[in-house]
Design a protein around this ligand. Structure first.
Ligand SMILES: C[S@@+](CC[C@H](N)C(=O)[O-])C[C@H]1O[C@@H](n2cnc3c(N)ncnc32)[C@H](O)[C@@H]1O
Length: 273
């Protein structure tokens, strides 16, 4: 099994065991992941090689170029990465460069993701990656891991665009795993914060329309989202299941403590399947 090769905000490594159990006996056709991000779920299920034609999508163009390039030219990407050093000077010089060509672009993307401060993908107003150097001691990349990711990607269809693009390909009995960016969350004072720029409340409503459409097509969906009343009001459907899942989290600065965070999982996969 491949482990994700990118650090990704909202990564779902913690959910993989539960999810496998949830779909264990589900008879489904094609697999779609419209918010693939770092691909924790995709890599853990390895659907393409378990008999399901697989479709991956994301809005982030650099991420999609990286998947496509790794699918087709993994050795060239690895060769490029071998030339990069993990140092502040090298980091800022690579960060400043406009990379041309998909191989250099992919190597740069992986390099910055692994050596930056928190691995978050953040760009400034003019679209430039602006995360500082991370002073992380670990290696820049793991060759075996990249080759294994490349194998998992063989035969998959990879698209850059809005999640609704997937409607072109979704049919009866397909399985769609949806992990959108969270729009609402509680901050440390317990106030609700809305993430206006990345994925607005309006996008959550669009996502609900999309779910209604894929249900009309008799496809299966699994949606993860923040455990929040606003989210429940948008997505709760009488005939489907709302499951509360829990993950461990570390919060607070100096006196950080372990705590459990709840998230919602909505699905039309019947109980007992
Ligand atoms: C929470 S992350 C997915 C994390 C992923 N499940 C993982 O384990 O790494 C959400 C992803 O949605 C993407 N995204 C944001 N808006 C989108 C949109 N309108 N359509 C498709 N993807 C979008 C982001 O680029 C990001 O990669």
């Amino acid at each position: 099994m491949t482990t994700p090769f990118l650090r990704w905000a909202g990564g779902k490594n913690w959910l993989t065991t539960y999810l496998k159990q949830l779909i264990k006996n589900l008879n489904y056709n094609n697999y779609h992941e419209p918010f693939v991000g770092g691909g924790a779920i995709f890599f853990s299920l390895d659907p393409q090689h378990n008999g399901h034609n697989t479709f991956l999508y994301d809005m982030n163009t650099e991420l999609i170029v990286a998947y496509q390039t790794l699918q087709n030219k993994p050795l060239k990407v690895i060769h490029k990465l071998q030339k990069y050093k993990n140092s502040a000077d090298e980091y800022y010089s690579i960060r400043e460069k406009e990379s041309k060509g998909s191989i250099t672009q992919t190597a740069r993307f992986i390099y910055l993701n692994q050596t930056s401060y928190n691995g978050l993908y953040r760009v400034n107003k003019s679209g430039k990656y602006n995360v500082p150097y991370g002073y992380r001691k670990n290696v820049i990349f793991n060759e075996e891991n990249l080759l294994s990711a490349s194998r998992a990607l063989q035969g998959t269809h990879i698209f850059n665009g809005d999640f609704t693009e997937s409607l072109r390909y979704i049919g009866e009995n397909d399985l769609i795993f949806l992990d959108p960016p969270y729009t609402v969350s509680h901050n440390q004072n317990g106030f609700i914060e809305y993430n206006k720029n990345l994925f607005s409340l309006n996008d959550q409503y669009r996502l609900n329309d999309y779910i209604n459409e894929i249900k009309n097509r008799r496809a299966f969906y699994i949606l993860t989202n923040a455990a929040h009343k606003t989210i429940r009001d948008i997505f709760r459907k009488e005939e489907d299941r709302l499951i509360i899942v829990e993950r461990n989290s570390l919060i607070g600065g100096k006196n950080a403590k372990r705590t459990k965070i709840q998230e919602y999982l909505f699905t039309n996969i019947p109980e007992g399947v």
